[in-house]
Design a protein around this ligand. Sequence first.
Ligand code: NAI
Ligand code: MG
Length: 379
Amino acid sequence: MPPTQPTTQTFRIAAIPGDGVGTEVVAAGREVLDAVAARSGGRIAFAWEEFDWGSDYYARTGEMMPADGLDQLKDFDALYFGAVGWPTVPDHVSLWGLRLKICQGFDQWANVRPVHFLPGVQSPLRKADSTDLDWVVVRENSEGEYAGLGGRNLAARGQGGEVAIQSALFTETGCERIMRFAFDLARTRPRKKVSSVTKSNAQQYGMVLWDDVFKRVAKDYPDVETESVLVDAMSAKFVLKPEDLSVVVASNLNADILSDLGSALAGSLGLAASANLNPERRYPSMFEPVHGSAPDIAGTGTCNPIGAIGSAALMLRHFGLEAEAGALERAIELTTASGALTADVGGSATTDDVTAAVIAHLGQDDADVETRQPTTATV
Ligand code: NAI
Ligand code: MG
């Protein structure tokens, strides 16, 4: 009898590299994912389609993406994004015209950003050497300070007297769903704790609603520890007492800022991975590094691809490919432990060197290298 062919599970992925180092790290991540598929013995495959949307596209067309862009993306299994933003286009135009349009249009309301410390990468945080640090920032990704509500108006004051209003939107539904997501995630982790980030002392409407919903939702999770911390105090806690953190849930702006702080503590912005999830799976979710387009180093071939490759691991887990996700995260740790590091983390390796090292380490196991607990059980 001829050997039976395994059925191939094919995942359709839209790649949107965007601008600057976005194009370099997405190319690296695609190479790694194709290597993961090649190692699967025909069990899995990735069908890629690339979209050239971004600041060059804007220069040609006057838009960051075509008017029917969301329609073109909606049937993919996932979106793999680089970064958007270039000095030739105002940042609010590029961000709103592409990334926020996708996140909000596809109701990707949960943005998961693990803060992961890698072996061989020196952290500016002294505690990182002696403590097993690992936490996840869960960012409300659909409303809050990035709801886009407000306007600019001269209001009859004339030139030089312009007025701008930028309002934040907090809904009970929006707060509740992100908090339940955070509690459910906490239950999958060794430390079952959720820290809510607030600023209800100064912001007496939106943030007080946020706090009220947190207290109400917490009652449904009596097995999960909770705390509520003001955002200014939380930024100090990230530095001084990070061992006390497990899942940190915060509004759109607060989590945006805190997750950059977290990735800097882990060693570099270039290391941080993220998933923009539509947990109901009505729309595709989007996986992207936390960093931006880094115009200062774009084109030099030296950017760190680990954030984008780590985001690819989160995508594999989202597809239910737990073993492949774990193997990829392990390969990342073996890579940094081996000293294959880009300049931002003190090394001299190129983007291609690090990518090749990750691929070489796929499926390898080295008991001498300490691994850390998995960060996100189900994203
Ligand atoms: P950035 O994240 O691009 O760069 C900040 C610093 O981190 C720079 O010194 C850069 O060289 C370094 N860096 C970033 N990624 C790196 C990597 N992979 N490897 C090594 N070093 C890395 O943030 P910045 O400079 O504030 O913004 C640049 C542009 O990116 C702006 O147009 C901004 O709007 C956009 N941006 C886009 C984001 C997105 O698409 N998700 C997120 C943040 C910024
Ligand atoms: Mg940010």
